[in-house]
Design a protein around this ligand. Sequence first.
Ligand code: NAD
Ligand code: UD1
Length: 340
Amino acid sequence: MAQKIIVTGGAGYIGSHTTVALQDAGFDVIVLDNLINSSEKSLHGVEKITGIHPEFIHVDCTDRDATRNAFKKHSDAVGVIHFAGLKAVGESVEKPLMYYRNNLDSLINVLEMMREFNIPNIVFSSSATVYGNPDILPVTEETPLKPAQSPYGQTKVMGEEIIRDMVRATPTINATLLRYFNPIGAHPSGQIGENPRGIPNNLMPYITQTAIGMREQLSIFGDDYDTDDGFCVRDYIDVNDLARAHVAALRHMINGAHGANVFNLGTGHGVSVMEMVNAFESATGVKIKYKIAPRRPGDVPAIWADATHAKRVLGWSANTPLVDTLASAWRWQQNPDAKD
Ligand code: NAD
Ligand code: UD1
């Protein structure tokens, strides 16, 4: 019998790629999602890739009774991956209570159900945003956290703390806190990918939407940073590599890792915005029209990961070349059938 994993937010961008990775690894995936920022089409995309449509339960994880019913039905699960959450930084500044309510209530409900039904392992989606503007680069898991810059970031800091407290109080439950750097790209098949609603906030979808003509031009936020070329630097990680890390984290716990463990998930390399634009152009042959715009408030000049801890402990590292990641993002952008 395949081991069962509950994936909240599994219809979303990272969740759908992780569902593919879990199925590839032989797990039976149950997706819980309220589709607030996704659509069931992504699960059809998953089926096209793996041949398996994961069981889907339409549930809002902030609804305790509905979440209980879903967990009760799958109380034999060996783990939960908790992706469900809202993630738009700007929106979280405008609607902080909505972000605290959604992201924290859903996490607390999931943890309560794990206790109630004795489900022993959780993987939590944290973010490099917890490091704020770091003093020393690259950041390790020991780099001190800075006060969060937004309510969204604060839900990640608080989410990590809630999980740590709960694991301390409940020795039968183990947790892995994964701090993602900047996930980009799509499945190489072009069947699943990132499908932001409205105007994208993030760089990669803005580039691909500019390339296909949906946006007139890219605004590059700031060219006068204290970095090698003056542009902001980030650690862009292929979403398929990121997905594999979740499988590695689960296996680590299933094989006996205890407590709450934290890992940076990045490539270990910083790439500037201009380097990304140039790399996209050479990967796809498509020119990106851009202009230099003022700095975006809240952006940190540079951040990238020291990802050696994940390599040493989980045996995981990011290995997809950037050119392949950019080609997959472009393939996905050009596949109209897979999107709403
Ligand atoms: P996404 O919006 O594509 O996926 C999140 C999914 O959760 C969506 O399908 C959404 O419908 C669902 N959801 C939201 N609230 C829910 C609720 N109350 N009940 C049930 N389902 C709910 O986002 P993503 O990029 O796949 O991100 C997944 C997780 O990773 C999020 O927690 C996000 O904060 C975190 N994260 C993302 C990034 C990134 O750059 N994409 C970086 C760091 C951390
Ligand atoms: C942002 C969030 C972060 C969140 C992550 C994933 C902020 C301050 N940070 O990270 O908390 O976890 O998204 O949702 O919002 N850029 C442009 N033009 C654009 C878009 C982006 O030049 O149109 C630049 C930005 O200035 C930045 C880089 O591209 O230097 C990456 O931006 P983005 O993709 O939004 O990610 P982060 O800001 O790193």
